[in-house]
Design a protein. Structure first.
Length: 132
């Protein structure tokens, strides 16, 4: 989206890339993150789309998804597992899947840990005596 494009533009201003290359990269970043985003068409857009998904597989990406989800933790965990699997399978390049593999596994461990803590606290609440 616009934020990602702004960050990319600021970062790229310090590189030795040509103006044409910088504009193309910023356009690709903007297209991939926009709300009306469609499937990436160019190789560059596909690379950026994969990078966005790979980042989302990690702990911080999972936490961000939870924060933005607007659903309860139990529902989020179930939905997140399916969403992560779909996104992993939809990566555009085999190299992306190779890069993403360890990050995906780390995110899975994090998600399982959160789920375990959620169920432990939920069962503890069921057993707690309510005042009154």
């Amino acid at each position: 989206g616009f934020v990602g494009a702004s960050v990319a533009e600021a970062f790229l201003s310090y590189t030795n890339l040509s103006e044409r290359e910088r504009v193309q990269i910023v356009r690709d970043v903007s297209a991939v993150g926009s709300p009306d985003y469609c499937a990436p068409e160019t190789v560059e857009e596909r690379i950026v789309a994969d990078a966005v998904d790979i980042e989302a597989f990690g702990m911080m990406g999972t936490l961000r998804a939870l924060r933005l989800s607007g659903v309860g933790l139990g529902v989020f965990i179930k939905d997140e597992r399916a969403r992560r699997k779909r996104r992993f399978e939809a990566l555009n390049f085999e190299a992306s899947r190779e890069i993403a593999h360890a990050i995906y596994q780390q995110g899975d461990v994090f998600l399982k840990t959160v789920e375990k803590a959620y169920h432990a606290s939920a069962s503890g609440l069921k057993d707690a005596a309510l005042p009154g």
